[in-house]
Design a protein around this ligand. Structure first.
Ligand SMILES: NC(=O)c1ccc[n+]([C@@H]2O[C@H](COP(=O)([O-])OP(=O)(O)OC[C@H]3O[C@@H](n4cnc5c(N)ncnc54)[C@H](OP(=O)(O)O)[C@@H]3O)[C@@H](O)[C@H]2O)c1
Length: 294
C-alpha cells in the first residue's frame, strides 16, 4: 500500500480492554452489540462488547471460558435466561423474582441480574406515565420475556393481569411461579382464544409472543373490541415499526414497540458493568436513524 492509502488502524484493544458480550442462540440479530459499543465509544471507555453464539449444551463451558478470560460481564438472550440461574453464585432480587437472568456480572463471583423488567417499565413510563396504575392489563404470551414483564407488573399498582398463551398450561405454570408475589391473585391465566379474551376491559395490551417476526400478516388481537383509550405495547422491536404497532395505528390506537425496553434494559446492565450512565438519547437517536427506510 502506498503512503497515499495508509493501512486502516487496527482495533486491537489496549491489553487492558474489558470484555463484554451477549450469549445467545441465535445471536446474530441482536442489537445489543450496536447499543453497547456505541455507548462505550461515546464515553471513551476501554471495553468491547461482542456477540457470542452459544448453543445450550455449551452454556456452562462458555460461562467458565468467559470467566477464565477475565470477562467483565455479558447479557443472555434466548434460550439462556432461565438456564443460567443455577450457575450463578448470587442473584439479584429482580433475577430471583423473574426466575431468569439477562445480565451477568463477573467479579470474584458471578452475579446474575435481570434488567428486562426495569427496561419494560422505564420505557412505558416515558410514553405513558399514567400506566399501568389502576389498569387491567392483557399480556399475550407466557415465554421468557413474559416472566420479566409479569414480575415488573406485579410491583406496580395495576388492577389485574390477564395472561393469555397459545399453550394454556404455560400461562398456568407462570401464574403458579409468581403465586408468592401475587397474594391478591391479580394474574389470571387463560388460553389465547381471541373470541373469549376480555378485550373491552383492558387499558393496556402487552404483546410478548414471537409472532410478527416471520412475515405473519395478522395477530390474535380483536382490535375492534379494544377501548379507544387502550395503549398497545409490543415488546418486540421492529425497524421502523412492528406488525402490531402498524395494525394498532390503523385502528386508531396509541402504541409503542420494544426498542425503548431494549435500550433501558441495556442501560441498566451498562451501569452495572462500567459504573457509567449510558447516553440513552444518543443511542435512541442512532437506532431510530438506523430504522429509517433508505
Ligand atoms: N424489547 C426487549 O427488550 C425484549 C426483551 C426480551 C424479548 N423480547 C422479544 O419478545 C419476544 C418473545 O421472546 P421470548 O424470550 O419470550 O420467547 P419465548 O420464550 O420463545 O416465548 C415465545 C412466546 O410466543 C408464543 N408463540 C410463539 N409462536 C406462536 C404462535 N404461532 N401463536 C401464538 N403464540 C405463539 C409462545 O407460546 P407457546 O408457549 O404456546 O409456545 C410463547 O408464549 C421476541 O420477539 C423477543 O425478541 C424483547
Amino acid at each position: 500500500m502506498s503512503s497515499l492509502t495508509p493501512w486502516p488502524k487496527p482495533c486491537l484493544g489496549s491489553g487492558k480492554t474489558h470484555l463484554l458480550g451477549v450469549f445467545g442462540d441465535p445471536v446474530a440479530h441482536s442489537l445489543s452489540p450496536v447499543i453497547h459499543n456505541l455507548a462505550l465509544n461515546l464515553l471513551g471507555l476501554d471495553y468491547r462488547y461482542l456477540p457470542f453464539h452459544v448453543p445450550p449444551e455449551r452454556l456452562h463451558a462458555a460461562l467458565q471460558g468467559f470467566r477464565a478470560l477475565g470477562g467483565t460481564g455479558f447479557n443472555a438472550t434466548v434460550p439462556h435466561k432461565e438456564a443460567l440461574v443455577p450457575w450463578m453464585d448470587e442473584l439479584s432480587t429482580a433475577a430471583i423474582r423473574a426466575g431468569a437472568v439477562n445480565t451477568v456480572h463477573c467479579t470474584d463471583i458471578v452475579v446474575g441480574h435481570n434488567t428486562d423488567g426495569h427496561g419494560f417499565l422505564a420505557a412505558l413510563k416515558e410514553k405513558r406515565p399514567d400506566l399501568p396504575q389502576g389498569a387491567k392489563v392483557l399480556v399475550l404470551g407466557a415465554g421468557g420475556a413474559a416472566r420479566s414483564v409479569l414480575s415488573a407488573l406485579l410491583e406496580t399498582q395495576c388492577e389485574a393481569i390477564f395472561l393469555a398463551n397459545r399453550t394454556p398450561d404455560r400461562a398456568q405454570s407462570l401464574a403458579q411461579f409468581f403465586a408468592s408475589y401475587d397474594s391478591d391473585h391479580r394474574i389470571k391465566p387463560m388460553a389465547l382464544d381471541v373470541e373469549r379474551l376480555p378485550w373491552e376491559e383492558i387499558s393496556l395490551l402487552v404483546h410478548t409472543t414471537s409472532l410478527g417476526l416471520k412475515g405473519e400478516t395478522s395477530l390474535p388481537v380483536a382490535f375492534h373490541r379494544l377501548p379507544t383509550h387502550c395503549f398497545v405495547y409490543d415488546i418486540v422491536y421492529g425497524r421502523p415499526d412492528t406488525l402490531l404497532t402498524r395494525l394498532a395505528t390503523r385502528h386508531g390506537l396509541q402504541s409503542m414497540d420494544g426498542l425503548g425496553m431494549l435500550i433501558h434494559q441495556a442501560a441498566a446492565a451498562f451501569t452495572l458493568w462500567t459504573g457509567h450512565d449510558m447516553p440513552i438519547d444518543a443511542i435512541r437517536a442512532y437506532l431510530t436513524h438506523l430504522g429509517k427506510p433508505s
